[in-house]
Design a protein. Sequence first.
Length: 317
Amino acid sequence: MSKAKKVTGGIVAAVVIVVALVLVALSLRKIDAGYSGVVYSMNGGIEDRVLGQGWHWIKPGQKLIPYSIGIEQSYLTATKDGDSPDDDSFSAPSSDGKGLTMELTFTYRFDEDRLPEIFTRFKGRSGKEVLNTFIKPNIISWSKEVTAKYPVTEILGEKRSELNNVLSDYLAEKFSPYGIIIENASLINIETDDETRASITRKVTAQQELELANIEAKTAKIQAEKDKEVALIEAEKNKETAALKAEQMAIEAQGKADALKIAAEAEAEANRKIAQSLTPELIEKIKYEQWNGELPQVQGSSTPIIDFREDGVATTE
């Protein structure tokens, strides 16, 4: 083999290798985490298969369209802090006809099982294009349908949390037929005219004062019930104390009466025994023992009274 042929062969081999490497580079596609993709070609249309994250071999002439299947955060705000450089805030009505300017944040994802359907429905648009041309405009439109059911005082006041829950559910229902899943939606900034805001402030203040008055009334009622309970307990305690004292006095009185009765019975028994022991003989004996040997100086009866004087002279009366 001549030297020229060797050089030609080397060049051809090099060209083949370069072409092969180019084809490989053009045919390999990477799908990032949180995304899935569909394959489309001009000749065969869209394939039914859905490709997950990782590297995939795509035939020449085919196109890989990725869609986010992870949760994406998006904003409709007046500032550039969101995912758009434009002012995406929007006006919405309330049930009482007050105009509102509001901002909104929401999270969404594409249904992985319906990606071929989504590709066909939106004519091959990417997920970002679907967000800007379909999701955001309809978020605004359908959010207005929800706010129109609430008065401005509730939208700006105590019903804000309820409103966000209703809005999330409503948007999820509306986007579901399109293979788009709305995870959550929340109104983050709501502005109205000064007169309406002042009116709301007055209502909130009045509501707070009413709540405070109710709290104070409930507190007073609770305190009164506690005082009543304490008084009842004290009265019951005094009643029990009085009953105990009365019982104690009754016991003491009964004890004294029983003692007196026992003493009287003892004295009567002693007198009875003494009376039983006093025989005529004993009585005479006691008289004899107690006589001092002197006769009575005066005696009285139907007979004349004799006065025995110490001078020994007796007289009669």
